[in-house]
Design a protein. Structure first.
Length: 461
């Protein structure tokens, strides 16, 4: 019988582990709650109408159709039986000889789960289309209101967290308000939108060198984004958000805002807890599984944990960042470890090769750190385009995204500005006859029925 490798999660780590095992004499089973691989770094463009979900997602069966030793299973893993070496699904059990767990992370509201309904994060396709719906509906509601306070509330957008996701989301919103929606409305000026980016540290992109953080903030400000550093969101309600400056309650500021978006933190998927119960593995404060230098769980050399679910420290004791390149390299590494073990060869510990980091801030603006080289502006943006196009899974997706980006660059138009699904936002104050954010008419004033682009689900990548 062939060595059985089970991979949980079809994100970057899981998918690259599977494809690296293609020509091995092993039987691979890839399990995911979704039937597609999602390119998460571009979710913010779906959220702001630049791309459609299908542009950044590829069906797993299509991606792996020529990999004859790989089987794809659509299912949800609820537990792991480490003693019997079985993965437990809701309706089945699958045995393994080697297990790779790559279920990623989800959003973290730091003890305030009630904020999730009020301030969506950006981890899934549904998150992105929900944010797109809220953002576009806010402009539509402002257009139909004759109350100045409500118009201001609708045109105020607060983003919590100025890491790469928050910065890219803020830049895209600035592009949308300043350029894309220009002359689209008759009663409001979209460029008057107030976009607030709130960061708890002293600068945006705190993981980048200070000079690139400064460049990023300057690019954001040119797009009309107001950056508020050394401040945290401490309360969110249906009508307003409270920002506390410098950790002082007396310095709290209440801002009327209809749309709050969350980019302030993530925590590991719930499967980490199941793995801890099954193996005795330690978890860090964010629920990530502590692994050894070879990505295995202590006492269980047959179980690998990679990607955002893994708390993996390098030789210097630094925690590896939760980024796609880390997951990709770990996926390839554990696949090769399994191959070498089966051949009776020695294995080496995982060493992450940092090729740099980059973030884009609107049209023709980005920052990038590639080794000791720091880039910003148009050159960094071109590098960002090239890297993201090459990383997209599927040739067809690369062509679609390239065509969309070319069109967006030339026209500043974002073609995927569709308000779909049923709004889940809470009712806002309104003028007489004004539809609320929870009213389907707010997102579809002519009463035409619309359908979601993808059926709801809750995968963790």
């Amino acid at each position: 019988m062939k060595h059985r490798v089970v991979i949980i999660g079809g994100g970057f780590g899981g998918l690259y582990a599977a494809t690296t095992l293609t020509h091995s004499s092993v039987a691979v089973t890839l399990i995911d709650r979704r039937n597609f691989h999602l390119f998460q770094p571009l979710l913010y463009q779906v959220a702001t109408g630049g791309l459609s979900p299908a542009n950044i997602a590829a069906p797993l069966r299509a991606v792996l159709r020529k990999r004859r030793n790989i089987e794809v299973v659509l299912g949800e893993v609820v537990d792991i039986d480490a003693a019997q070496r079985e993965v437990i699904l809701r309706d089945d059990r699958i045995a393994y000889d080697s297990l790779i767990v790559a279920t990623g992370a989800r959003h973290h509201y730091f003890g305030n789960p009630q904020w999730e309904a009020l301030a969506p994060s950006l981890k899934t396709v549904e998150d992105a289309t929900k944010i797109r719906r809220r953002v576009l509906t806010a402009f539509e509601t402002a257009e139909r209101s004759d109350v100045a306070e409500e118009i201001a509330r609708c045109l105020t957008f607060v983003i919590a967290g100025a890491g790469p996701t928050g910065v890219e989301l803020a830049g895209a919103l600035g592009e949308l308000a300043q350029h894309t929606l220009r002359n689209n409305f008759r009663h409001i000026d979209p460029s008057q939108a107030r976009i607030l980016l709130v960061e708890g540290t002293e600068r945006v992109l705190p993981m980048y060198p200070p000079d690139l953080s400064t460049k990023a903030q300057q690019s954001l400000e040119r797009l009309g984004v107001t950056v508020i550093c050394n401040a945290r969101v401490t309360d969110i309600s249906e009508q307003q958000v409270t920002i506390t400056h410098n950790g002082e309650t007396k310095d709290s500021e209440v801002i009327p805002a209809r749309t709050v978006l969350w980019a302030a933190g993530v925590q590991a998927s719930k499967l980490g807890q199941a793995l801890a119960r099954a193996t005795g593995a330690e978890l860090d404060r964010n629920g990530r599984v502590k692994v050894g230098r070879d990505c295995t769980v202590a006492g269980h050399p047959e179980i690998f944990v990679i990607g955002d679910l893994a708390a993996h420290q390098d030789k210097a004791g630094q925690q590896l960042p939760g980024m796609a390149p880390v997951a990709i390299q770990q996926g390839r590494y554990v696949a090769r470890v399994i191959q070498r073990r089966l051949r009776g060869q020695a294995t080496q510990e995982f060493v992450y090769k940092d090729h740099g980091q980059m973030s884009t801030i609107g049209r023709a603006a980005a920052v990038a750190q590639i080794g000791k080289v720091h880039l910003s502006g148009f050159i960094a943006w071109l590098a960002w385009l090239l890297v993201h196009l090459l990383q997209l899974v599927g040739f067809e997706n690369r062509i679609l995204v390239f065509v969309q980006w070319a069109g967006n660059y030339l026209t500043r138009n974002k073609a995927a500005r569709l308000i779909t699904g049923t709004s889940s936002t809470s009712k806002a104050s309104k003028s007489p006859g004004q539809p609320t954010s929870g009213d389907p008419q707010a997102s579809n004033p002519h009463g035409t029925k619309v359908a979601s682009e993808l059926s709801p689900a809750t995968s963790e990548k």
